[in-house]
Design a protein around this ligand. Sequence first.
Ligand code: COA
Length: 236
Amino acid sequence: MSFQTIIYEVDGPIARVSLNRPKQLNAYSVQMRDDLYEVLGALKDDDSIRAVIFRGAGDKAFCAGADLTEFLSAPSPVIARQVRWERDVWGRFLNLDKPLIAALQGYVLGSGIEISLCCDIRIASEDARFGLPEVGLGIIPAAGGTQTLPRAIGPARAMDVLLSARWLDAKEALKYRLVNRVIPKSNLYLEAEVLAHRIAALDPALVKAAKKAVDRGMDLPLAAGLELETRLASGL
Ligand code: COA
């Protein structure tokens, strides 16, 4: 499958999704949204895929956020809402039952952080810099960031990042638990591949059940989460 703004490769049990507008620091455009929507559908439908790596083409950025040249240029709020409904990228992300790894380098801003927050494991290179600049730009994050960030790093830290629009370097992102680990840039993709292959070698039914237990459980009170875990465990 080929796309204008994304390179989608399936290599045995591993899929790689590269945001591919390196000259624009992989800024998230309307075309990229449409391509990503298709890619997420393909990922969902392909039972042979057991782990997915998200990354950014070039060596400067994972994604520098929404494409500012298209910023707030939707024809009307009604059309914008309709398109969002029809191409619910974030809903597709959150409904994917496959393990998703984000390999993050350089600029990870706005939609870039939000895409990574839809992934299960975030690995960053030492040069990664993270920020949600939206409040400084006259909007608020609208690709899930206000919900996924506090769930990932807790509300106090999320407020710090969201309200001040300040950036975190890789060290601080690790301290904030926004990323699982920070590694030298030259090893970033190798590390992501090793992890993906490790996951892909495990029983996919167990991996999916564990992911579901964590994802769904996070939205439940503890007692209901424990029931969910029991149900999932006994169904295996
Ligand atoms: N949308 C569209 N184009 C973008 C972009 C974005 N979000 N971010 C970067 N680009 C483009 C630049 O316009 C530039 O294009 P050009 O070479 O045609 O002039 C190219 O990518 C390289 O960016 P540049 O600004 O030269 O790189 P830099 O390393 O000096 O600075 C940033 C990088 C990320 C600090 C800076 O590009 C920036 O602030 N981008 C906007 C980030 C943002 O606010 N995103 C929106 C979040 S909601």
